[in-house]
Design a protein around this ligand. Structure first.
Ligand SMILES: NC(=O)c1ccc[n+]([C@@H]2O[C@H](COP(=O)([O-])OP(=O)(O)OC[C@H]3O[C@@H](n4cnc5c(N)ncnc54)[C@H](O)[C@@H]3O)[C@@H](O)[C@H]2O)c1
Length: 430
């Protein structure tokens, strides 16, 4: 693996609650004023070696990871507010946790967004690029990336989408099936099939930057993007940060599955009142999230494998916009299970979480590990990053099944890090 030398430019699409919480935390951590709690790259240890040679090392002692001091932040947003104003608006963090890095945050001014209101009707900011076609959007974004890299003297760039969820774009083989078809559609300004997020992904990969999709958008979940990632030898990862309810689901469902208990229904609902909640209040945007959230259970509790236990369970996911709670989401899960001789039981989980507080460390880990993967020469879909994502990318054209089981995902993550560090991958439990 090439060592992490020089500056790493982290270019965030969207400068909202999640992004500003992430940036503020990193800036505070590098001043020694806050701890990056929840970040695996900063805290977790992995066993390498076996028997008397075994030792437990931090990720950064196994592979070369970018240092927090070497990160330079950039962003695009539909609204012109700088990162300080946006963090204050989001009200996730207290002023006392923002003010020590106020100057650095104020210097992060969003570039004009590649935006189309048809993809997020509830947003009406005017910090938007004036592009005639989708191809123009790509060209403008590529120029932004090149300029940012040069101006900040960056050695490498990672682009991460933490912008609003776009409306659902179903995969259309004719447009998304090959890179040539996608490029043609961009040039023909096919706005129905080419989401703005696809322009960001295309621009990033073409500029030699890994691209991470943190929303449930199908942006890089299409063969055309896999082809581009392969051609440019760049990693891609997605989709949808696995933060609250789905984290619980992917950790809890294995308990039911491992004990061979039955499931008759799982109802998940939550209330949240931030701008993300506002966008998701729009049915077309919610549908994108719903598809992503629903996929988690199906590959953990599989009806075909255990017809007595998992046939026809009812799985419902709801999100309700409720402004008084802002970013402090409250989630309820009601799980109807059955046991010996079919006797029913219930489990209730009430998670009072903070959305952006859970998401911020995921951004850090995804960025650092994607950068490491690129330096290691890994490209295409990074399945080892599934651990951090609600709806992991997989090659559905080859009937590949995504891994949603949290502990299997953890094994994949650890093994990839062992391999990148020159150690043997293994399945030993610890
Ligand atoms: N916080 C979580 O727990 C969590 C978990 C999974 C996924 N997500 C996803 O992360 C994303 C960000 O969440 P948030 O709470 O920060 O939302 P937010 O609304 O606070 O911020 C999103 C920002 O993206 C901007 N934006 C929208 N379209 C854009 C475009 N085309 N280009 C540039 N900027 C654009 C908006 O103006 C807004 O400022 C959402 O899609 C959300 O679904 C969040």
């Amino acid at each position: 693996m090439k060592p992490a030398q020089g500056k790493l430019g982290v270019m965030c699409v969207g400068l909202g609650a999640v992004t500003t919480t992430f940036m503020t935390g990193v800036l505070m951590a590098r001043k020694g004023l806050a701890k990056p709690v929840g970040s695996m790259t900063q805290y977790d240890k992995i066993r390498v070696g076996r028997g008397k040679d075994k030792k437990y090392l931090h990720y950064g002692d196994i592979i070369s990871l970018a240092n927090l001091n070497d990160i330079v932040f950039g962003a695009w947003d539909v609204y012109p507010a700088n990162a300080y104003e946006s963090a204050m608006y989001a009200e996730v963090l207290k002023e006392k946790d923002i003010n020590p890095v106020a100057d650095e945050l104020k210097a992060i001014v969003p570039m004009k967004a590649a935006f189309d209101k048809n993809y997020a009707a509830r947003l009406d900011g005017d910090n938007v690029k004036d592009c005639k076609t989708r191809w123009d959007m790509v060209e403008a974004l590529r120029e932004d990336i090149r300029r940012f890299k040069a101006d900040n003297n960056c050695d490498r760039i990672v682009v991460i989408w933490a912008a609003s969820t776009e409306i659902y774009v179903p995969v259309d083989e004719k447009v998304h099936g090959t890179l040539a078809a996608l490029e043609e559609a961009m040039k023909a300004d096919d706005r129905e099939h080419v989401a703005p997020s696809m322009c960001y992904a295309y621009a990033a990969l073409k500029e030699g930057a890994p691209f991470i999709m943190g929303a449930p958008n199908t942006t890089v979940d299409i063969p055309a993007m896999w082809q581009l990632a392969e051609e440019t030898k760049m990693p891609i990862a997605g989709k949808d940060f696995k933060t609250g309810q789905t984290l619980v689901k992917s950790g809890f469902a294995p308990i039911i599955g491992t004990r061979c208990l039955g499931l008759s229904g799982w109802f998940s609902t939550n209330i949240l009142g931030n701008r993300d909640g506002l966008v998701l209040d729009e049915p077309a945007n919610f549908h994108t999230k719903e598809v992503s959230k629903l996929s988690t259970l199906e590959s953990i509790l599989v009806p075909e494998e255990q017809p007595d236990l998992y046939t026809d369970y009812y799985h419902k996911v709801r999100i309700n916009y409720y402004p008084p709670r802002n970013d402090n989401k409250e989630g309820w899960d009601n799980i109807d299970i059955f046991g010996w001789m079919g006797y029913p039981m219930q489990i209730k989980i009430n998670f009072l979480c903070r959305d952006s507080i859970l998401a911020a460390p995921l951004l850090l880990d995804l960025v650092l590990l994607s950068d490491a993967a690129a330096r290691d020469g890994r490209y295409g879909t990074q399945r080892f990053l599934s651990f951090f994502l609600k709806s992991p990318m997989h090659d559905y054209t080859q009937n590949e099944v995504p891994v949603n089981h949290l502990f299997q995902q953890y094994v994949m993550l650890k093994n990839a890090i062992r391999e990148m560090g020159g150690y043997e991958a293994d399945e030993e439990i610890d």
